[in-house]
Design a binder for this molecule. Structure first.
Ligand SMILES: [Zn+2]
Ligand SMILES: [Zn+2]
Ligand SMILES: [Zn+2]
Length: 145
């Protein structure tokens, strides 16, 4: 709940209106237990008797991603709400390949290292994305028992 509330504050402070579609998509992301696609977001809303068209959902997700309120997960696809807030460094994910559990983290040193690599190639780094997969502690525990 606080997450949704904070996100609304971020929208307002950046000069964006808190519209009904934005509120609805935020709520779906906040309640989802795993990454959701725009199509799934539409379905979840429909179950609640609410309707948003695809174009609107995509536009809202684009805005949320640009404000770092949400992220697109590369492994498996779909969108998740941001769980970090204003931490230093780009937001990255580790994903459990068995159950899909997701952990978001930010590491400024990693960013600096990648920026240095880019510089060696004559690039200016702007944003870093990365994900790696593995097995989460719960899946490891249940495999052992
Ligand atoms: Zn994030
Ligand atoms: Zn970075
Ligand atoms: Zn797992």
């Amino acid at each position: 709940m606080t997450q949704t509330h904070d996100a609304l504050q971020v929208l307002r402070s950046r000069g964006y209106r808190v519209t009904e579609p934005r509120k609805r998509v935020l709520k779906v992301l906040a309640e989802a237990q795993r990454p959701v696609s725009p199509y799934e977001i539409q379905e979840i809303l429909q179950q609640k008797g609410e309707y948003l068209n695809h174009v609107t959902i995509y536009r809202v997700l684009d805005l949320f991603c640009s404000l770092k309120l949400a992220h697109k997960v590369l492994l498996g696809g779909g969108f998740v709400r941001c769980t970090l807030g204003a931490e230093d460094g780009c937001h990255r994910f580790v994903v459990c390949r068995q159950c899909g559990a997701l952990r978001e983290y930010a590491d400024k040193a990693l960013c600096e290292e990648e920026t240095a690599i880019a510089q060696e190639f004559g690039f200016r780094a702007e944003q870093h994305f990365s994900e790696f997969s593995g097995i989460c502690s719960e899946c490891m525990a249940s495999a052992r028992s």
